[in-house]
Structures are given as C-alpha cells and as structure tokens.
Design a protein around this ligand. Structure first.
Ligand code: GAR
Length: 223
C-alpha cells in the first residue's frame, strides 16, 4: 500500500533526501504530499522543491503559543491528505494538539541509541560521555521528548579520537538506511504496537553476529 507522508524538517534535510531517493528508486512505497520547515533557510525546503514536492515554511516565532503553531501544522498536513508524519531533523517539541489528530502515526529519527542521550546535540553528548557504541533510533512519537516506542536502532562504533562531526557523519550514514526501512515496514502494514513493544512482522532475527563489542573482544574472550 502506498502511504502519504508529510515530512517536517528544520535543517539540512539529508534524511528527507534519503526518503525521496528511496521513493524514486521504488524501494519505499510512499508519496510525500508536503514538506514543512520551521526555518526558511532549511536546505530541506530546497531539496523538496527540486523534487517537485510542495513546501511550506511555518515559523514558530510568529505564533504566541506552542499550540497555535501546532494547529497550523495540523491544518497544512490534513489539507495535503497526509497519513503519516515524518520528523526528519525537526527541532521542535510537538504538543498533544498536534499528536491527537495523528495518534500513532508520527515517527521520528534521533541520532543516539535511545533512551541514551535524548535531546539536542546527541552526537556531542555521546562523544562527551565516551560511549563505545553510538547509533540512531527510529521511534514513534509520543508527548515526551525522544521517548516513544522504538521501531529500529542501528549501532556504530565510537572512537576515542572522534569529535561530534565525525561521529555524527558515521551515525548519519545509518540514519539514511534505517528511516526508509522503517517507513517501508509501515507502508507494508508490518508494524504492530503493543504498549512499548514494536513487532515487525516477518522480520528475521539479526544474524550478523551473536554480539557486537567495540573495541572487539580478543582471544580467548571472543570464543
Ligand atoms: C539528524 O541527525 C537527526 O537524527 C537529528 O537531526 C539531524 C537532521 O539531519 N534529529 C534530532 O536530533 C532530533 N532530536 P538532516 O536534516 O540532514 O536529516
């Protein structure tokens, strides 16, 4: 089934680009009805325009209350016939006013292995903490920040000489894979939600390794 997406961006829009590319390649069964940014300089707007996708810029600063901004977003998304809302680097917390009309149909990507390092500058948080495994998470959105049920996570190694931009680039490469994958599972109707547990029907168990450590285990501990 083809799903109709509305994508919200605040910045570069590289995740939006990956989603558009997968749609163009036929590997993601979706259409993007509208891309909305809360920042007129968001490169994501230009990327969408280049692909012929309708765009809107709604600046949150122009609304007296958070809820008023959210209502405006809901109007635009509903007018465009959006079924699923995709947050792709959208740096605003959405209120229940937004979430109610799209209950269970808002997804987000976060550049950390949630529940570690929620909030802003997750890449820097991971570097500063000295994590050995960093990563990214696609999850359903609920009213708490970076909190909803997890659909897919990807881990990447973090090295002692990483800075946030090097680690961020390594994470972003995986973001561009797991977001289209999660959306395709949604399009195929394979995602079921029970409380916090997300089941992906027909998905294989991870076979790449029984475990994964960073640094790697050495003999005899790797047996
Ligand atoms: C991505 O790394 C995304 O995970 C992050 O913003 C970046 C947007 O990049 N989102 C958050 O931090 C949300 N808490 P993009 O505009 O190139 O897709």
């Amino acid at each position: 089934m083809t799903i109709t997406l509305g994508v919200l961006v605040s910045g570069s829009g590289s995740n939006l680009q990956s989603i558009m590319d997968h749609i163009a390649q036929g590997t993601l069964d979706a259409t993007i009805a509208v891309v909305i940014a809360n920042n007129p300089d968001a490169l994501g707007l230009q990327r969408a325009q280049k692909a012929g996708i309708p765009t809107q810029c709604v600046m949150h600063q122009e609304f007296p209350k958070r809820e008023d901004f959210d209502i405006q977003l809901v109007h635009i998304l509903q007018d465009a016939g959006v079924e699923w809302v995709v947050l792709a680097g959208f740096m605003r917390i959405l209120t229940p006013v937004f979430l109610a009309p799209f209950a269970g149909r808002v997804v987000n990507i976060h550049p950390a292995l949630l529940p570690a390092c929620p909030g802003i500058e997750a890449q820097a948080q991971q570097v500063d903490y000295g994590v050995r495994l960093a990563g990214c998470t696609v999850h359903f959105v609920d009213e708490k920040m970076d909190h909803g049920p997890i659909i897919i996570q990807a881990a990447v190694p973090a090295y002692a000489d990483d800075d946030s931009s090097r680690l961020g680039a390594r994470i972003l490469e995986l973001e561009h894979r797991i977001y289209p994958q999660a959306l395709q599972w949604i399009a195929e109707g394979r995602i079921q939600l029970q409380d916090r547990q997300v089941q992906v029907q027909g998905v294989a168990r991870s076979t790449s390794s029984r475990w994964w450590t960073n640094p790697p285990l050495e003999a005899p501990f790797d047996q």
